[in-house]
Design a protein around this ligand. Structure first.
Ligand code: NAP
Length: 329
């Protein structure tokens, strides 16, 4: 194994930051953390910048039932914590900050943190994940935190005994709806088509739950309520087949219509596909920029699973290791 270590280093609280890092991983979901496990076991001494909030989407998830190795399911945050501990065990250094500026163009990549510190690296793995999408209605923005949320797990508790709505027809929407039945009196799912995109097992559970009803073929036209007064009170729903509009009463409105990849801070440098995800060479993690690799939901428009994110983190670390050997060993 080649020795990539660089002697000069500066101290950053408890975290030693080298003058030039071999590899910096940006993001702390299953992709970034798995990349960190592989990179640290390859003696690359990775520095991981975890972003905010750390841990990615699994931090907002209740039971993860499909991650291999957990026959009785595992809580999302617990799974993240386990992978994080595993990466630290092999020497990963973790900085709790956002990268606010990326310069990925030179042979030394420069990442600027919130406190304006610059981190220099030979290789970078982008594992910045994806963020919840909203419908884009004016009142939706106005009522965020006053009834409107994209995180049922975070906010569901506040709706004990109330009427809530979930928008979407994928696994996230149904998972959210099922979670909300623990608190809310009724949960109405509004879906724009007449069948769910979600897996059959989730669809069956949702349809069989007595607290859940589905408003099919319908979209949300507007939300009613005032942020500083009573908050959300109702939702205007339009049937896309008949055009008929109805107002339904609700105090909670949970949007679960998918996620957009977090590429905004480097989209001027890294090639994206037409949906906005990072383009990689074939089935690898290699991006258009020399020494820059991508993993997880930021480059995956198709599978978007915790296990596929973890696998792509592994691939990115292996690709980066090979690239470092070819270029610096
Ligand atoms: P998704 O599968 O992309 O589903 C998004 C849903 O939102 C779709 O039903 C879509 O409708 C609807 N939608 C999108 N834009 C909309 C708009 N502007 N207005 C109204 N509805 C809109 O996203 P997801 O549910 O977040 O799931 C993402 C991935 O994570 C999937 O691969 C899923 O399997 C996975 N996941 C798995 C689990 C689990 O296994 N426990 C849990 C959560 C998520 P259409 O169907 O008409 O397109």
């Amino acid at each position: 194994m080649s020795d990539f270590s660089i002697s000069m280093s500066t101290s950053d609280g408890d975290v030693e930051v080298k003058e030039l890092e071999n590899i910096v991983i940006v993001g702390s979901g299953p992709a970034g953390l798995t990349a960190a496990i592989y990179a640290s076991r390859a003696n690359l001494e990775p520095l991981l910048i975890e972003g905010f909030p750390s841990g990615g989407q699994l931090m907002d998830t209740t039971d993860v039932e499909n991650f291999p190795g957990y026959p009785e399911a595992v809580k999302g945050p617990e799974l993240i914590n386990d992978i994080r501990e595993q990466s630290i065990r092999f020497g990963t250094r973790i900085i709790s900050s956002e990268v606010v500026k990326f310069d990925l163009t030179g042979s030394e990549k420069v990442l600027t943190l919130e406190d304006k510190r610059e981190i220099r690296a030979r290789a970078v793995i982008l594992a910045t994940g994806a963020s919840a999408r909203y419908l884009g209605l004016e009142n939706e923005t106005k009522l965020k935190g006053y009834g409107v949320s994209a995180c049922a797990v975070c906010d569901g508790f506040f709706y004990r005994g109330q009427e809530v709505v979930v928008v979407g027809g994928g696994d996230s929407a149904l998972e959210d709806a099922l979670f909300l039945t623990k608190h809310a009196e009724t949960v109405k799912i509004i879906h724009r088509r007449n069948e769910f995109r979600a897996s059959r097992i989730m669809a069956k559970r949702a349809l069989e739950n007595p607290k859940i009803s589905v408003i099919w073929d319908s979209v949300v036209d507007d939300l009613i309520g005032e942020p500083d007064k009573e908050g959300l009170t109702g939702v205007i729903v339009r049937n896309v087949k008949t055009g008929e509009k109805t107002e339904i009463s609700a105090t909670g409105f949970f949007v679960a219509i998918g996620h957009d990849p977090n590429t905004g801070r480097f989209s001027d440098q890294i090639k994206l596909d037409k949906m906005g995800f990072i383009s990689t060479e074939g089935a690898t993690s290699i991006t258009n920029m020399n020494g820059v690799f991508a993993a997880g939901d930021v480059m995956d428009p198709r599978y978007k699973q915790a296990i596929t994110a973890a696998a792509s983190g592994c691939k990115a670390a292996l690709d980066a290791e090979k690239w470092l050997i070819e270029n610096y060993a």
